[in-house]
Design a protein around this ligand. Structure first.
Ligand code: ZN
Length: 232
């Protein structure tokens, strides 16, 4: 168990990282039958957490390796799943249209690297959203305003004016504009809120309504079953 070449999501470098801490957890469960003293089936699983330090930016990344005895390859070898627990940079994007979600994720990946690039990528995500929604207008501001007029977006034009003013400044001054972390975070929050409002929340509400309808339906079936059962 040693150092490893990893992609650092803090600084974007792919570099040899130092393993600074680790912890392993192994567990098992056995199923017994009355006729046998030995277990008829045994189940094993493990998690192995590794904390790596990036030599470039001095930030840590937490990786989890996990597997179990049910998930094995053709030669009986365990299939190991590797997950990056920290830093988080993926979004819950299963409801967001792919081009929009991909553009937004691209922006999140560079948020700690280059503020100006992140802001441009956010603008790209919003452009893709407008295209996907068939927004009309000569520029991004008017397209977003069009979505607001159609009732697809809440009244947020003041915020949109703000985001586009900042973005416009960067275009005017090209190289010498620096975006501080607060500004970048504000713009990310703004874009995230729009995506939640348009895609994630309506779909979550729909899913909750379907669940409630299913429960009500099951309840009705149980009650009618109980009534007809009582009548027999
Ligand atoms: Zn780094």
């Amino acid at each position: 168990m040693s150092d490893k070449v990893l992609h650092c999501s803090h600084c974007g470098n792919k570099t040899l990282m130092k393993l600074v801490a680790e912890h392993e957890l192994n567990d098992q469960d056995h199923i017994y039958e009355r006729w046998s003293a030995d277990p008829v089936h045994s189940f094993y699983w493990f998690s192995h957490w590794k904390l790596y330090l990036c030599p470039v930016c001095k930030n840590v990344s937490l990786i989890r390796l996990s597997g179990d005895s049910e998930d094995i390859g053709p030669r009986g070898e365990p299939i190991i799943t590797e997950t990056t627990l920290y830093p988080p940079y993926s979004i819950e994007n299963k409801y967001i249209p792919t081009p929009v979600g991909t553009a937004f994720e691209a922006a999140l990946k560079v948020r700690h690297l280059e503020g100006a690039v992140c802001v441009l990528a956010l603008r790209r995500a919003l452009e893709k959203l407008c295209k996907h929604e068939g927004a009309e207008g000569k520029d991004l501001f008017n397209k977003l305003k069009n979505l607001q007029d159609k009732g697809k977006l809440p009244p947020i034009m003041d915020d949109i004016a703000f985001i586009l003013r900042i973005e416009g400044n960067s275009a005017a001054h090209a190289d010498d504009v620096e975006f501080d972390t607060n500004t970048v975070n504000q713009l990310i929050d703004f874009t995230q809120t729009i995506l939640d409002y348009m895609y994630t929340l309506p779909n979550k509400i729909k899913a909750a309504q379907t669940r409630i309808a299913e429960i009500a339906e099951r309840d009705r079936e149980l009650k009618s079953g109980a009534i007809s059962g009582a009548a027999e």
